[in-house]
Write a protein that binds this ligand. Structure first.
Ligand code: SF4
Ligand code: SF4
Length: 228
């Protein structure tokens, strides 16, 4: 069995490599549209209505209208490809759902209109202790204990019957049907979507890195919206 800690460590290493490549590629696209007579960096504070500021606006426009759309399209392709794979009914995700929020926090979020929290709390109930949860997926809990920087709460679904099958499968809620909707989720090898996740991971990491890099540019560019 693949060691989960190795899987996560490899993913971090891959992400660092991919991040550097994505940063270089985005920087090249930023430089491509830089007017030849502008001196300075994309993060400089250029005078109002200067060519430098127009360049910054063009870069932000490119992020919004080109690169973000590319990311969105590729992410949807990944999710479409997921349809080629199917749940094998191993029940791990029914038996061990994690959240950074406590039951009380989830309830409060649900009351304030958070739809995900409402669905989550309508399905899952908390484990009495992390020791109880550890019996379900010990490798995962050990990894979390080593790396987690914040509290994680563990939940399970009472609709799972003694044969480890959903007792109301035809009426299962949408979040059960959608799981796993993030190709960067950690999945057990027993999961029917494990191969999907493995195949799409490089592209998903690249898209994730692009989102992070674009956000960084957006924060750092001294943007003035009113300038046309
Ligand atoms: S409702 Fe069914 S599919 Fe959803 S978590 Fe519970 S047992 Fe699993
Ligand atoms: S972990 Fe994967 S295979 Fe197992 S029940 Fe959940 S979706 Fe299905």
């Amino acid at each position: 069995m693949t060691d989960l800690a190795d899987t996560v460590s490899n993913m971090k290493k891959k992400y660092r490599e991919i991040f550097i490549k994505s940063a270089d590629a985005i920087q090249s696209r930023v430089d491509e549209i830089k007017p030849s007579d502008v001196e300075g960096d994309i993060f400089d504070a250029f005078p109002c209505n200067s060519k430098g500021e127009q360049w910054q606006n063009a870069v932000l426009d490119m992020f919004e209208n080109d690169i973000s759309h590319e990311i969105y399209r590729k992410w949807n392709e990944i999710l479409d490809y997921r349809k080629m794979f199917h749940c094998k009914g191993c029940a791990t995700c029914c038996n061990l759902a994690c959240s950074e929020f406590s039951p009380e926090e989830l309830k409060a979020k649900s009351l304030s209109g958070d739809k995900f929290a409402t669905q989550f709390t309508s399905i899952f109930i908390p484990y009495k202790s992390s020791e109880e949860a550890e019996k379900v997926y010990p490798e995962y809990l050990k990894l979390l204990a080593d790396v987690k920087e914040y509290e994680v709460y563990f939940y399970h679904c009472p609709k799972l019957n003694e044969c480890r099958r959903c007792s109301d499968y035809d009426n299962r809620p949408q979040i059960c049907r959608d799981f796993p909707d993030n190709p960067l989720s950690i999945l057990p090898e027993s999961c029917g979507y494990y191969q999907w996740r493995t195949e799409v991971e490089p592209v998903a990491l690249m898209l994730h890195s692009m989102v992070e890099i674009i956000d960084y540019y957006k924060q750092k560019i001294p943007y003035k919206k009113e300038v046309s």
